[in-house]
Design a protein around this ligand. Sequence first.
Ligand code: NDP
Length: 298
Amino acid sequence: MNILLLGKGGQVGWELQRSLAPLGHVIAHDFDTADFSQPDAVAALVRQVAPDVIVNAAAHTAVDKAESEPELARTINATTPGAIAREAAALGALLVHYSTDYVFDGSGQAPRDESAATAPLSVYGHTKLEGEQLIAASGCHHLIFRTSWVYAARGGNFAKTMLRLAAERDALKVIHDQIGAPTGADLLADISAHAIRAVRHSAAPESLCGLYHLVAGGETSWFDYARFVIEWARARQVPIRVAPEAIEPIPTSAYPTPAQRPLNSRLDTRKLQHAFGLHLPHWQQGVERMLTEHLHTP
Ligand code: NDP
């Protein structure tokens, strides 16, 4: 099986290089050789490689920057994925793509399932939703995984930033009214590989294709996430300066950003768990693992 991986250098792309490797021959590209601001060139690459599976981890993920460059965000998040999907349909290839809870307005308190009405608040959310729609309209076999609050062990992330700030400062302010599930890029990559294998081995692949919500189990706020990380580190004798009572919860309204974020990022993942017979571990498990690796990296 030939797998074309696009966006290999991103958080999820990096982990996909690992998780896809046992499935077949992976041909991986990044910005330099598959620039998503050029839909025709990326479509030509897909035709040239003619893979069995395409996994697209490339995206314009700079949520605030997207507000000031909507056309570029739209090309990268919608037009090019749409062009890839049309090539996938022509080749009979399976397309795996990632989307976001930002397609929702985040009202209410309940987790949303795949049938919930979309209403993006930001350019990023709008363009990611359009990408989903173009892929669905292409008629290709596809898996679209909507996820949230993605972190990776490689590079910077929210937890590492909180640890650094907690070591430097006497007080911290963290948003408490956005609720979601921190989801590891490693988990996304592993679930993607399991799902690809299931589709490829299914007698009725169409029945498994479609849109899925994919996040770690449980839920938290950025404030409780920060407290979890800092107290986890304090318990392991990591030098922490900030006192527990000096971590202050603040509302989103106190931290204005160019792009509006949904308050309720809860996603209902039952469809995915039932369809593929998979279990989604609680977010703390992945975060603890990532922190342990971080502390033991010289
Ligand atoms: P990253 O930003 O880590 O990775 C995105 C990749 O796309 C990077 O390698 C980036 O390259 C690349 N890219 C950006 N512009 C272009 C371009 N013009 N042509 C080709 N490649 C480009 O994102 P994640 O790995 O976190 O995201 C993976 C998927 O998950 C995306 O679809 C995203 O929308 C979705 N998602 C992410 C969430 C998150 O919290 N991060 C939350 C919900 C969904 P470079 O680094 O060089 O810019």
